[in-house]
Design a protein around this ligand. Structure first.
Ligand SMILES: [Zn+2]
Length: 422
């Protein structure tokens, strides 16, 4: 590799300025956060701004049928997909949840743009073109499922089905895309890049608490959501002897404790959460007749996650017998874990080390567009710390030094991928 490519760095002020400018759109008054739900007028305004920046850099901007916007550098005469080498691509999303922060998603897009501007300004010639994109409706807050744009790009859902999705407000994806002017002609599934790298805030507390600057993301955890409806018998809290009770509340409590113990016992990346329990009739002097609860299990290891699901079922059967209740289980969501490309992961780790930035390998607990792109090309992710681990909250914050460091790791990673003659 030529040393010139490792000596260039992104423009911190330009990066921060663009992040700030984009955050003005849909800004939540009195906070530094944003509300730009997918395919709303605010999303359109954010899209228009980022697209203008892409066009100002002279990039070829393509909009596909689900509204993903991808900008590519010109390279060696050919600039269409399939003509010349496939690009090394950065990207993420610019839609937010209704109470969003300014960095979730936006950082990966603006930093990708910054990488390209830096490379163009330095006149570095690469073996491969570079690209940056933003995917439609990553958050899924208005139109489920989340990661919709990247899912369709990677061929995981047909365009026809995606365009017909009805949102929480009754709006239809295809109609809203048309209304805001982002129902584009580029074909789907989209062309596979040479490699894809997503810079994102961690959205968790691990990096900050350990004083680490860069998260080298090895994969995305698998997720299993189950709803349990427990039926017992309501009865008088004073007159019903303990051995004769069929207490749905106690059964829920036993299962909740089991989930905690299970996660600790399985160890590794296993986490388990009972985030919701409702009792009926929910009165101080009545044994609960019914309990409805949720169990969220996550693990980066598919086999271990299946084992956790199996053990939960065994626990539930045992509680049915011991407490005299019946339990109906319903699977709400199930996504397999995703492992990122070992070579891309190794490059991210290496360049962070070269920059003397403390790093650690880690899984992502949240879903990201990168997990969809991992279906079609070598993919990796870079995390930077989230202050207090807070995200999906207007108070979301990442220190400017960390934003800059993450963008420089993205730059060096993309340069290495674009020069490598695989
Ligand atoms: Zn995000």
């Amino acid at each position: 590799m030529r040393s010139a490519t490792t000596s260039i760095a992104i423009d911190r002020d330009r990066l921060l300025h663009r992040l700030g400018e984009l955050a003005q759109i849909g800004r939540i008054q009195g906070t530094s956060g944003c509300s730009r739900l997918a395919l709303t007028d605010a999303d359109r305004a954010g899209r228009d701004l980022v697209r203008t920046w892409m066009e100002d850099l002279g990039l070829t901007v393509r909009i596909d049928g689900i509204g993903n916007v991808i900008a590519t550098t010109h390279h060696g005469g050919g600039d269409g997909p399939g003509s010349g080498p496939a690009p090394v691509m950065a990207g993420s999303h610019i839609d937010t949840v209704a109470t969003g922060g300014r960095y979730d998603g936006n950082l990966g897009v603006i930093a990708g743009l910054e990488v390209i501007e830096t490379v163009l300004a330095a006149g570095v010639e690469l073996h491969r073109p570079l690209a940056v994109g933003f995917f439609t409706d990553e958050e899924g807050s208005r139109f489920p499922p989340d990661m919709l744009g990247s899912l369709v790009y990677a061929g995981g859902l047909s365009l026809e089905n995606a365009l017909a999705i009805v949102g929480i407000d009754g709006a239809v994806v295809g109609e809203e895309l048309d209304r805001i002017g982002y129902l584009g002609p580029a074909p789907l599934p989209g062309p596979a890049p040479h490699a894809f790298v997503e810079l994102h805030i961690e959205q968790g507390p691990v990096l900050e608490s350990e004083g680490i600057r860069i998260g080298v993301v090895e994969g995305v955890q698998g997720i299993s959501w189950t709803e349990l409806r427990i039926t017992g018998q309501s009865n008088h809290a004073g007159t019903t002897p303990m051995p004769l009770r069929r207490d749905a509340g106690l059964a829920a409590a036993r299962i909740a404790c089991f989930v905690r113990d299970l996660a600790v016992e399985l160890g590794g990346s296993q986490v388990g959460t009972v985030g919701a329990i409702t009792l009926a009739p929910n009165l101080v002097n009545v044994v609960a007749a019914e309990a409805t609860m949720t169990v969220d299990l996550r693990n980066t290891d598919d086999v271990a996650l299946s084992e956790a699901e199996r053990r939960l079922e065994l626990c539930v059967s045992g509680v049915e017998r011991s407490e005299g209740v019946t339990v109906a289980m319903r699977r709400l969501a199930q996504y397999e874990p995703v492992s990122f490309d070992p070579e891309v992961v190794a490059i991210v780790e290496k360049v962070a080390g070269q920059m003397e930035l403390p790093s650690r390998r880690m899984p992502s607990g949240a879903g990201h567009d990168a997990q969809m792109m991992a279906r079609i090309c070598p993919t990796g992710m870079i995390f930077v710390p989230s202050a207090g681990g807070i995200s999906h909250n207007p108070a979301e914050h990442t220190e400017p030094d960390d934003l800059e460091a993450g963008a420089n790791v993205l730059l060096a990673t993309m340069l290495e991928l674009a020069e490598a003659r695989w």
